[in-house]
Design a protein around this ligand. Structure first.
Ligand SMILES: Cc1cc2nc3c(=O)[nH]c(=O)nc-3n(C[C@H](O)[C@H](O)[C@H](O)COP(=O)(O)O)c2cc1C
Length: 189
């Protein structure tokens, strides 16, 4: 197969022969932002999870998408929830990102506001997007959630980035000239 480096895909090999570690590290070369997706469970308790799969999907109607592992504790919560919120993390929120994939009570001591339907919106984020869950599709071992945007706000802040398993920030020089900017490595995940 032309143009494939490292993947080791040869004629007769099935797609499932792709090495999971290689898949993970290759996809890790794609830089992303970091967001906390949040909702409330049936008893009204807030719940949140750090994701990098969040993306814009459609302008008309305004739709966003993200994916969640089907084995995640929070999968049934987000699947049943009628609404979810996105807090896009700013570059000084690495600790928030770590917190929302840890096992402790994730909202304990975390300043947040209540949005539509009581959705938790994290203070200090660079954007909040409040959504109605309109669709869920299977995506291998993940589920793809589609949300219709009901309300959004953003602030002039720099984003927290995730690239090659580590957190990064945009350089102080700005991001328009690649030669001048680069990525400033933070600590590892
Ligand atoms: C930077 C980063 C990005 C992540 N992106 C995703 C993602 O897009 N989808 C996902 O299911 N898990 C993602 N995770 C892992 C989840 O945050 C983690 O498995 C989750 O918090 C487990 O929570 P739960 O089992 O309580 O639902 C990511 C973790 C980090 C640190």
């Amino acid at each position: 197969m032309r143009g494939v480096t490292g993947a080791g895909l040869r004629a007769g090999m099935s797609v499932s022969a792709i090495d999971p570690a290689l898949f993970r590290s290759t996809m890790g070369h794609f830089p992303t932002g970091v967001s906390v997706m949040s909702t409330r469970d049936g008893e009204g308790r807030p719940y949140g999870i750090t994701v990098s799969s969040f993306a814009s999907l459609s302008l008309d109607p305004p739709l966003v998408q993200w994916s969640l592992g089907c084995n995640a504790f929070s999968y049934p919560l987000f699947s049943k929830a009628r609404h979810f919120a996105v807090s896009i993390l700013a570059d000084d929120q690495e600790e928030v990102s770590r917190r929302f994939c840890a096992s402790e009570d994730r909202f304990a001591g975390v300043m947040h506001e209540e949005g539509l339907f009581g959705l938790p919106l994290l203070d200090g984020a660079l954007a909040w997007i409040e959504c109605e869950l309109v669709n869920e599709f299977p995506g291998g071992d993940h589920a793809i959630f589609i949300g219709e945007v009901l309300r959004l706000r953003h602030w002039q802040k720099e984003p927290l980035l995730h690239w090659q398993g580590k957190y990064h920030r945009l350089s102080a020089q700005g991001s328009h000239n690649f030669a001048d900017c680069g990525l400033r490595a933070g600590s590892s995940q």
